[in-house]
Structures are given as C-alpha cells and as structure tokens.
Design a protein around this ligand. Structure first.
Ligand code: TYM
Length: 339
C-alpha cells in the first residue's frame, strides 16, 4: 500500500484527468487534482490533458487561449508531472474526442445534461451565451475518459456529478452494444477536494472569479498570497477550530493543513488562545512557501517552448493511438460502414 492507500497490484491500471485552460491555474487545481496526479503517476499508466475544447464553451480570446493552453502544460510540469512517466496532451490534437462525443450525445437524454449543477451555475453566470456546447460539455468530458479506458479519474469534488454521468453513459453503451468501455471511478482527495473562495467561502475558489482577492493564483507572489489570506473572510468567533459551518476558517485550516502537513488537531492546539491575525499570518506564510517552487519552476518550463512542443508531440502520438483503438470499436459496434 502507498501513502494514499493504493494497492501496488493495481500498478498497470490507467488514470486520466484534465484542466480547462480558461484562466490561470489556482491553488485549488493543485490540492484537488495535480497533487494526486503527481503521486498517482508512479503507479498508474497516466494521461493528463489540457481540455482546450472545453474552454470554448465560454467566450475566449483566441490568442489568450493559445497562451493559456501552453501555460497549463508548463504548470503540469512545474507541479511535478514527469513526461517520462505520464502522457501529456492537448485535447484538440486528438480528433477522436469530438468524434466520440457525437456518438455518445445520441444516447444521452436532454434531462441528463439539464440536471448538471455546473451547467445551471455556468448558464446563470453567462446569460448572453448559453450555448449547446455548454449544455453537452459533460458528454465530451465522458468521452475524454472513456476513450482511454481509464480506471480512475483524479479530480476535485465539483467534477463528481460529471463522473456519475460518465459511468451512466458507459454502462448504457455497454448494455446496448456489448462491453466496450471501462467503467471509471472518481478519485477525490479527502482534504483539498473543494477549496473555497477567500472572499465568499460558501462558493468554490475559481480561476474566473472577478474578485482577484478571492483566488490564490499559482503565479501570485509570496507577498500577494499573504495579503490575500490576511483579507480572507472569516467569522467573529476568534476561535481556530475545524467546523464545516465556520466556512472561512475551515477553508484556511484546510489550506494550512495541506501546505504544512499538520493535522487539524495540531493546528487547533497551535492557535489555542491566539487571534485570527496570528493564524492568518501563519497560513499565509505556509501557503506562500507551498506555492513558491511551483511558481518558480513554471517560469523555467514556460520559457522552453521547444520542450513543451516536444512533450505535446509525443502526447499526440501516444494518446492518439489509444483513443483511436476505442473509437474504431465504437464505430464498428454502432454500425458505421468501414472500409
Ligand atoms: P477545471 O479546469 O475546472 O479544474 C481542473 C481540476 O481542478 C479541480 N479544481 C479544484 N479542486 C479543489 N478546489 C477547487 N477550488 C478547485 N478548482 C478546480 C477540478 O475539480 C478538476 O479536477 N471539466 C474539467 C476538465 C476536464 C476533465 C476531463 C477532468 C475535461 N475533461 C476528463 C477529468 C477528466 C474542468 O473544467 O476542470
């Protein structure tokens, strides 16, 4: 067993996950996803994707999207993804994603997509652009996973509902056309699976929040991180105690626990009798120290475009081969005439 409780006999099983390059990455991407990817890549056949097709479900400036897609690859590397162990690729480089999405969307109910909370949230936020892509986004996400026959999908809590739909669609297809897809399981961390906004701690921290103080970006300076945490919304109890209903404090304790490795009990003892000011100072310093190496390595990788392109070229070949295998099976089973 490893630290995360994985059985070593599962070594050859596969994982797939992705990040949508619709903004700069935040500390939530590390705690909810990349931290686990880094650990899991040692034991699983790993595929990590920049989900650029997903990004255009909201309006993007083309030049920014191109830059951010490469930023995202550089962040994968700076967080510790090793291209020798893992396959890193750009979703739009593999046409099979869009092709399978058409097939699966023909067996997905309108009601199934309508129920997705992320669709409801995002369509409420983008009332002038509630497009069909935003609606069917979870079908594309299901295809991302099913094309690679992934066993586990390491994600944050907000993706749980999409994973449930993925499982339903895969089971339905297997039932209608015989076994084709591996049924994937989500892998969601117990701590860090849902980091909340610093300004509105009942909502998820998001890369696209208009309030810059709400989000810790991975390129924030140490001073900026400390300042944002000092300004974080808490409560008036002045009691450092883990309680899910003390949203702001629980969130800061979660961040502190991840950044420092201390348990909630340790943290409560450390700040017994102290005020929120001392606590926030310690959280800020610890989180800044946690983010600093990721930020510094990001600069190094991002300036090496040749390396990033080579990694993506390899990824396109390997991911393309795997995806094509599944797509061929699907086309045959649905009855498309093949030459
Ligand atoms: P995205 O880009 O919104 O987020 C990428 C990953 O980071 C996690 N995450 C968080 N975890 C904890 N706290 C937060 N505040 C936080 N913010 C983000 C997300 O849960 C996610 O794991 N649809 C996906 C991308 C995607 C994908 C896939 C993922 C496309 N296809 C197939 C897995 C498998 C998305 O937009 O994630």
């Amino acid at each position: 067993m490893t630290e995360n409780g994985f059985n070593m006999n599962e070594m050859k099983k596969r994982i797939l996950s992705g990040v949508t390059p619709s903004g700069f990455l935040t500390i939530g991407h590390i705690t909810g996803a990349l931290k686990n990817w880094v650990e899991m890549q040692n034991e699983f056949d790993s595929f990590f994707m920049v989900a650029d097709l997903h990004a255009i479900t909201t309006r993007q400036v083309a030049a920014d999207l191109r830059q951010r897609s490469l930023d995202t690859v550089a962040f994968f590397l700076s967080a510790g993804i090793d291209p020798e162990k893992s396959t890193i690729f750009m979703q739009s480089h593999i046409p099979a994603h869009a092709e399978l999405a058409w097939v699966l969307s023909c067996s997905t109910g309108m009601g199934e997509c309508q129920r997705m909370t992320q669709f409801k949230d995002k369509s409420a936020k983008n009332v002038d652009n509630v497009n069909v892509g935003l609606f069917s986004y979870p079908v594309l996400m299901a295809c991302d996973i099913l094309l690679y026959q992934a066993n586990y999908v390491p994600v944050g809590e907000d993706q749980k509902q999409h994973l449930e739909l993925t499982r339903t669609l895969a089971q339905r297809y297997n039932h209608n056309y015989s076994d084709t897809f591996t049924i994937p399981e989500p892998f969601i961390p117990k701590i860090g699976g849902r980091i909340m906004s610093l300004q509105e701690p009942t909502s998820k921290m998001s890369k696209s929040d208009v309030n810059q103080n709400a989000t810790i970006y991975l390129n924030d300076s140490n001073e900026m991180i400390i300042k944002k945490i000092k300004r974080a919304v808490t409560d008036s109890d002045a009691l450092v105690k883990y309680d899910k209903n003390k949203h702001g404090i629980a969130n800061l304790m979660e961040l502190y626990s991840i950044a420092s490795g201390k348990s909630y009990n340790d943290i409560e003892s450390e700040f017994r009798g102290a005020g929120y000011g001392d606590f926030k100072q310690a959280v800020g310093e610890s989180v800044a120290e946690f983010v600093a190496p990721i930020r510094d390595n990001f600069m190094k990788y991002r300036s090496d475009k040749k390396l990033l392109n080579e990694i993506l070229e390899l990824g396109r070949e390997k991911a393309g081969r795997e995806a094509q295998k599944t797509l061929r099976k699907v086309y045959k089973k649905v009855g498309f005439y093949q030459l």
